[in-house]
Design a protein around this ligand. Structure first.
Ligand SMILES: Nc1ncnc2c1ncn2[C@@H]1O[C@H](COP(=O)(O)OP(=O)(O)OP(=O)(O)O)[C@@H](O)[C@H]1O
Length: 621
């Protein structure tokens, strides 16, 4: 059906020759982003440079060591620090610029942020650029019928009221169905969950070999998520998609009693959705074996491979009993994919296709973004004025939910308290709360009972809460990608939304990246912010400038920037015919795509100015 010469489906199995070799030659040790600021030659001498080192340190904690495929891969390659984060002056710039008065109620009205569910407007995503690179790329499909997902899955898609695939689904599903590994970037709220769930469910149905009850669970597919709430959400979605099929879905996440989750697993599981910590625990208790895994999907993959998670992911993927890269299918999805994380990710992928849909790192024009200069001491008053000006009931009788992001867990509690005593019904969610409290907070927010949620970054990724009308960055994050994910909690599924950020002197390192993002998304850039950005440019590491090598619309396959590395990589054959040529097309050219095969990029237009700033996770557990 596809014109790919070499496709692999789950049932095909994988021969030894298609496997990626297990060892790689000398590479720089991976430097976790949180340490890169302090980078000096000696700083990492004590870091483990291979999984063996980790294995020695953690020898007692591994299950299934006897059956684990031997992996000697080093912990990735060196990253690039971004140097100092300079402190700005004391508001010199904003004082010279009058801020325009901002009528939040009319803005929300104008945006119609509380439209009915039925009015989902995925047409908003139609006119966006798509970039795909790699070898032998399956062409996109224009409808679910064309994709041939099978009767039961199609029935469930209709039940979910999905009429048409979103662009990421149109492109990613055929690639995944062809058995190819995939690194996919697409905007927040654009339907990535279904893009990896549909092919997984379809493949299990095709395989027609379902799990049986037993004391050890042998899932066929594993979906990893960085947070418990997101794991639960993916689980719920996957269950809907697999409704009345024989495919069994289960979830495993920390903070909830393991006994109940294990009991569920014992009934048999085909698709396991999990957070890394709880999964490792279950594997070590010999309750889960990954030996049958045919497909591994990482949602929010860039976060999963970033600080904190990466060793755990390596442990799960490379040191347990999961079939090695090349013998399983691996799907990575996120709205952001920094270059250095792409490098890391490529360790887990074989002959993969890179797909980016839309301006990666932005939520297009669906989200109206506004940045206001607010000194720290004025933030609360400013917030109160903003909330007062907001029509609490929205424009269509639905609750206008407001999500407020803060930097710290204590800050979240303090702001929740302050809002509550001032008559604004607010509830906080962060990593120090017990899971029941976290779930209660989210439920109360979703239902509109508590229409203001104060959150740390624990709520910044993946959560799909309908009717979030307004995201307020009370404290801006340190990393522009976190900003992208945070504001992406509104403006989802084709609906419009509003994002307001309070910028203060401390945020100067973010200014340049913020300006670029606003420009990319055709948003107004305040003059004072431009001044900050210019000033930040003079300081090493002023935000992550040109995050995607200068690409106009973001999504950018790092392999294109590394011809030398690939040519000299003994495993370059795993990239198939990839040789720096890529397929690039606009959706308007999608029809001619299959016929034309590949186009060459003018690689000269891509700069090498990539500076990836430190990613600081807050509130993650
Ligand atoms: N084809 C479709 N038709 C209608 N609605 C859809 C379709 N695909 C997905 N949706 C809906 O769009 C919303 C956003 O989808 P999803 O949560 O998968 O986005 P995402 O791209 O994973 O976002 P994020 O980057 O924030 O994780 C969900 O409510 C989902 O049910």
């Amino acid at each position: 059906m596809y014109y790919t010469a070499k496709t692999m489906t789950w049932s095909d199995g994988v021969t030894e020759s298609t496997r990626r070799p297990q060892t790689r030659p000398t590479q720089l040790p991976y430097v976790p982003p949180h340490l890169r600021n302090n980078c000096n030659d000696g700083a990492f001498s004590s870091m483990p440079t291979s999984l063996n080192d980790y294995a020695v340190n953690n020898a007692n904690s591994y299950g299934f060591t006897g059956t684990t495929e031997s992996t000697q891969a080093p912990l990735g390659r060196g990253g690039r620090g971004y140097g100092h984060r300079g402190r700005g002056g004391r508001g010199r710039f904003h004082q010279t610029q009058e801020q325009e008065p901002y009528n939040i109620a009319s803005k929300l009205e104008e945006l119609e942020v509380n439209v009915d569910d039925e009015s989902t407007n995925f047409g908003a995503y139609e006119d966006i650029p798509v970039e795909v690179s790699g070898s032998e790329i399956p062409p996109p499909a224009s409808s679910f019928e064309e994709i041939e997902l099978g009767e039961s899955l199609n029935r469930n898609i209709k039940r979910c009221k999905y009429v048409k695939p979103t662009p990421i689904q149109r492109h990613a599903i055929p690639i995944a169905l062809a058995g190819r590994d995939l690194m996919a970037c697409a905007q927040t709220g654009s339907g990535k969950t279904a893009a990896f769930c549909f092919p997984i469910i379809h493949a299990i149905l095709e395989l027609n070999r379902f799990s049986k009850p037993g004391r050890v669970a042998f899932p066929l597919a594993l979906i990893l998520s960085p947070t418990r709430e997101l794991a639960c959400q993916i689980y719920e979605e996957a269950k809907k998609f697999a409704y009345q099929t024989r495919v069994r879905v289960a979830v495993a996440y920390g903070g909830a009693p393991i006994v109940h989750q294990l009991h569920n697993l014992e009934k048999g599981v085909d698709i396991l959705v999990a957070t890394p910590g709880r999964l490792v625990d279950m594997i070590e208790r010999a309750k889960v074996s990954l030996s049958m895994i045919r497909c591994l999907a990482l949602d929010e993959a860039d976060r999963m491979l970033d600080m904190g998670f990466e060793p755990q992911i390596r442990k799960i993927v490379q040191q347990m009993d999961m079939p090695p890269c090349g013998s399983r299918q691996t799907l990575f999805f996120s709205a952001t994919f920094p270059d250095e994380i792409q490098r890391l990710a490529s360790d887990f992928l074989s002959n993969y296709i890179f797909l980016s849909v839309g301006r990666v790192g932005s939520s297009t024009d669906l989200i109206a973004q506004r940045v206001e200069f607010v000194p720290n001491m004025d933030k609360r008053n400013h917030l109160m004025n903003l909330l007062r000006g907001q029509n609490a009931n929205g424009t269509h009788g639905k609750h206008a939910l407001t999500l407020i992001f803060v930097e710290t867990k204590r800050g979240a509690d303090a702001l929740e308290h302050w809002l509550s005593v001032n008559g604004f019904p607010a509830i906080a969610i962060h990593g120090d709360k017990v899971q029941m409290e976290r779930e209660r907070a989210l439920k109360s927010f979703k239902s509109g009972y508590t229409p203001i949620l104060v959150a740390t970054d624990v709520a910044s990724r993946g959560l799909d809460v309908p009717h979030v009308a307004h995201v307020i960055n009370f404290d801006l994050p340190k990393d522009i990608d976190d900003y992208v994910h945070r504001i992406g909690r509104t403006g989802r599924a084709g609906k419009s939304g509003l994002a307001t950020a309070f910028f203060s002197d401390q945020n100067m390192p973010l200014a340049k990246a913020l300006v670029e993002l606003l420009q990319e998304a055709n948003q107004e850039v305040p003059l004072w912010l431009n001044d900050y950005a210019k000033r930040a440019s003079n300081i090493v590491g002023g935000g992550r400038a040109r995050r995607f090598g200068g690409s106009k619309f973001g999504g950018y396959d790092f392999r294109r920037d590394a011809p030398y590395e690939i040519e000299n990589d003994p495993y370059s054959s795993t990239y198939g015919s990839f040789d720096g040529t890529t397929s690039s097309y606009d959706l308007s050219h999608a029809n001619s795509y299959a016929a034309t095969g590949v186009d060459s990029y003018s690689t000269g237009s891509y700069g090498h100015e990539f500076i990836h700033e430190t990613i600081v996770a807050s509130g993650w557990d």
